[in-house]
Each structure stands twice: as structure tokens, then as C-alpha cells.
Design a protein around this ligand. Structure first.
Ligand code: DC
Length: 225
């Protein structure tokens, strides 16, 4: 029997990480945060000081990536070469580097099998940019979660201030737009909704409403209602 898969793709800051986490908990399914795999690969490149413009050097790193996810009830510890890098991979420099190496087709294909391996019973919620288009094209249900760049920048500034980090709104907005541009315009697996994805715009609705829309669709599809 094939494993049921729900994909949630969308741009950075759209809330797909939070939503995917909540959905996977609600369903009791596995969770794939594919962005963290690209972030781990980028961090490994940064640590080894390789030139991010050099696709073949990035590929060597991707092929030898030693990563582990330790999942507990309330959190996921992310390890690179046995070092806990859970918070380091969330830094903006790592995000930008991830977006850069993610444009290389050879790196993407080197990281494919590691992502597919997450598809295990009882099911998988997969979060990323190309989950519905490339990695799991036969997923039972696909969502594309978006929000305006301004809303995403607002949320990011608020999130950083809650962590005690002062951030400039215009700088955050510029970084978000740059990352969108890179992710949407690369040749290999660009960020775009799958033809059969359900579009959800969270610009004017909160997490609870987004979750409610998704749960409605999941119940309809999984129970064939
Ligand atoms: O979702 P995130 O911000 O953690 O992802 C970091 C970068 O990784 C993102 O800018 C592009 C890349 N990425 C990708 O190309 N494909 C994915 N499925 C997930 C992330």
C-alpha cells in the first residue's frame, strides 16, 4: 500500500513550517522539512569554506552529507556531522546560501533520495518548494501556501523581536524578495504551485484559519467525502 502524502509548498515566511508541524502532529504522521536539508548542505559548504558559485564543489558536499534528525515529542534536533546545528541553520546567511546551492540541478538530485526516504507509514506531511511538483508528484493532496512579501516581512520582524533581535523592516523585506526571486526563477525545480495544488493565501487569515481550510480538504480527500 502506498504511503499517503500531503505536500505544502510556498515561499519563505508563508507559515508552511508551522502549519506542516501542526498538521503532522494532528494526523500523527511523519514530517519532512525539506528546507532544513538544503540549509544543512549550505551550512556544510559554509563550514568548509567552499565557493558557493562552484556547483561541482557544492555537489561533493551534498554527496557526502552526514545529517541526522532526532525527533522527540516536542522538538526536532538537527545534527550535521554529529554537531547540533538546530538554531544555526535558521540564520539568514544560511537561508540565503541554501537558496543559492538549491539552484544547482546536481545538488538537487543528490538530495532527492534523502527526502523521498521520509515517506513512511502512517503518512507524511512534506514542506518545501518542490514537494508537489518534483519530489512527491503523486501526493494525495497538495497545498501551495502563500502570503504577500509585506505580510511575511511583518511576521519575520515580529518573530525576531520576540527573540530579542532588532530587525529593520526594509532590510527583511528586501531579503525576502531576493530569496523569492532566486527560488522562483531558477531553472531546476523552481518554486511554483503544482497544477493540482490548492492555493491558500494567508495574508489576511491567521494560522487557525489556514489549518481549518487544510483539515477540511484533508478530510474530504482522505475519506473520499
Ligand atoms: O524553507 P526554507 O526557508 O528553510 O528553505 C531554505 C532554502 O532552501 C530556500 O530558499 C530554497 C531551498 N529549498 C528548495 O530549493 N527546495 C525545497 N524543497 C526546500 C528548500
Amino acid at each position: 500500500m502506498s504511503v499517503p502524502i500531503i505536500t505544502i509548498d510556498g515561499p519563505s515566511g508563508s507559515g508552511k513550517g508551522t502549519i506542516s508541524h501542526l498538521l503532522s502532529e494532528k494526523l500523527g504522521w511523519n514530517l519532512l522539512d525539506s528546507g532544513s536539508i538544503y540549509r544543512l548542505c549550505a551550512l556544510a559548504c559554509l563550514k568548509q569554506d567552499i565557493d558557493l558559485d562552484d556547483e561541482s564543489a557544492a555537489l561533493v558536499i551534498a554527496q557526502a552529507l552526514d545529517i541526522r534528525f532526532e525527533v522527540t515529542k516536542s522538538s526536532v534536533r538537527t545534527l550535521l556531522n554529529d554537531e547540533d546545528v538546530t538554531s544555526t541553520i535558521r540564520e539568514e546567511t544560511v537561508g540565503m546560501a541554501a537558496s543559492k546551492i538549491a539552484a544547482y540541478p546536481s545538488v538537487r538530485s543528490a538530495l532527492l533520495s534523502c527526502q523521498k526516504a521520509f515517506a513512511k507509514t502512517p503518512g507524511l506531511v512534506a514542506d518545501g518548494r518542490d514537494m508537489g511538483t518534483v519530489v512527491f508528484p503523486d501526493a494525495a493532496l497538495k497545498f501551495f501556501l502563500t502570503a504577500s512579501a509585506q505580510t511575511r516581512a511583518d511576521r519575520r520582524v515580529k518573530q525576531l523581536s520576540e527573540q530579542g533581535v532588532a530587525a529593520d523592516y526594509d532590510e527583511v523585506l528586501t531579503a525576502i524578495k531576493l530569496r523569492d526571486f532566486q527560488d522562483e526563477n531558477r531553472k531546476s525545480a523552481p518554486l511554483k504551485p503544482a497544477d493540482d495544488a490548492i492555493l491558500v493565501d494567508s495574508s489576511h487569515i491567521g494560522i487557525d484559519d489556514v489549518l481549518a481550510v487544510m483539515v477540511q480538504n484533508i478530510e474530504r480527500v482522505l475519506t473520499n467525502k
